[in-house]
Write a protein that binds this ligand. Structure first.
Ligand SMILES: Cc1cc2nc3c(=O)[nH]c(=O)nc-3n(C[C@H](O)[C@H](O)[C@H](O)COP(=O)(O)OP(=O)(O)OC[C@H]3O[C@@H](n4cnc5c(N)ncnc54)[C@H](O)[C@@H]3O)c2cc1C
Length: 337
């Protein structure tokens, strides 16, 4: 385990917020994680388990210990003719894992290409994009208790996945360091084209193959999302709200162009980016905090914005969406104080 004291987190969060933490621990192995149990880092002080910080917004210096998983490695075990189980260390770069699987002909993760972050964080918020959620291919999650060092395997059912949600964001929050994630992938891929434009983009690239679908996702994302290497951001700042049928009807009658998606709950999912755009926020900027010009759901740091400035901008957006539509936006990005 590597230990750093009083160090900047700027390189450890994709918003590029320049705050410090009292201690930063880089965890290299599950044994390192077990050593945290009963240590001064977790038993007495405040602590936060992270990956690459691509879904976090730090509001101020962190008066505690940031524990970052760097447990690396990918292995695959064939299971019969049709499927393969791929095991990834939690610190493995997510997109490296997706590329690794696609290049070997293992299908199931390709729609989730180019999402920043680590394999270990994927189950925490059940990452999703282009009609796919990672829950559909997670076999199990192996985690180490940071309170007593015990290892536990969570089946997909135990993870209680929901839209950008899991048990790790709720009752088990902060208790486990996810060490390894197991994915069941297909060697006879079935493609998912729930998102309009994806199939067409893959065909333009030469036909529907795993590699072309992955490239199509990368191309589409690259056209509308800011690259954190150039412009600090954490992807979608808010979740897409689900509204009741009456609200959906009201939106359709007032805004004939609105696109709503039927939700399994019975209501309708409204694109949060559309709501924000209707309130006039797209492309607006206050100091170095702004709303991305090509996708209003993404808040950005143009350079020296503080976490608090971005947070305040997000609160103004929430207020104006509520005043115009009566819809309360819920944050997808986790606020850290
Ligand atoms: C440009 C951009 C685009 C994005 N697009 C998408 C998208 O399409 N879909 C999507 O779902 N998300 C998207 N995101 C959000 C983000 O990439 C994902 O949430 C990602 O999974 C976060 O990974 P991370 O390693 O950075 O986790 P962090 O941000 O460091 O942590 C996120 C959460 O996971 C927990 N956590 C992290 N690692 C562990 C671990 N090893 N053990 C236990 N808990 C852990 C943390 O405590 C925290 O609660 C995007 C972000 C950016 C910057």
């Amino acid at each position: 385990m590597q230990i750093y004291r009083n160090i900047s987190l700027k390189e450890h969060n994709t918003f590029g917020i320049d705050v410090k933490t009292d201690v930063l621990l880089l965890i290299q192995t599950p044994e390192d994680a077990a050593e945290l149990a009963g240590s001064s880092y977790t038993a007495r002080g405040k602590y936060l388990i992270t990956g690459k910080g691509s879904n976090l917004l730090y509001l101020s210096d962190y008066r505690g210990t940031v524990i970052k998983s760097c447990i690396d490695g990918i292995i695959a075990e064939k299971q019969g003719d049709d499927s393969v189980v791929v095991r990834a260390g939690s610190g493995t770069d997510w997109d490296t894992l997706v590329g690794w699987c696609v290049s070997r002909g293992y299908g199931g993760l390709e729609n989730l290409s180019a999402i920043p972050g680590t394999a270990g964080a994927a189950p925490v918020q059940n990452i999703g994009a282009y009609g796919t959620e990672v829950k559909d291919v997670i076999e199990k999650v192996r985690a180490v208790s940071v309170t007593d060092g015990r290892i536990k395997e969570f089946s997909a059912g135990d993870c209680r996945f929901a839209y950008r949600d899991s048990v790790f964001k709720n009752e088990e929050k902060g208790k486990w360091l996810i060490a390894e994630v197991w994915f069941r992938l297909s060697t006879r891929p079935l493609f998912s084209f729930g998102y309009s434009g994806l199939k067409e983009e893959a065909e333009r690239l030469g036909g529907v193959t795993l590699a072309n679908v992955r490239q199509a996702v990368i191309n589409i994302r690259g056209r509308k999302l800011p690259d954190p290497a150039n412009t600090g951001n954490a992807g979608s700042f808010f979740k897409n709200p689900v509204v009741a049928n009456e609200v959906a009807e009201m939106l359709r009658s007032r805004y004939p162009g609105v696109i709503l998606y039927a939700d399994p709950s019975g209501g309708f999912k409204v694109p949060a980016g559309w709501l924000i755009e209707q309130c006039g926020w797209k492309g607006r900027r206050t100091g170095d905090a702004g709303v991305w010009e090509k996708q209003a759901l993404v808040l950005v740091n143009y350079g020296k914005a503080t976490g608090r400035e971005i947070f305040e901008l997000s609160e103004m957006i929430r207020k104006s969406v509520y005043e115009k539509f009566g819809i309360a936006l819920e944050r997808e990005v986790e606020i850290v104080e």
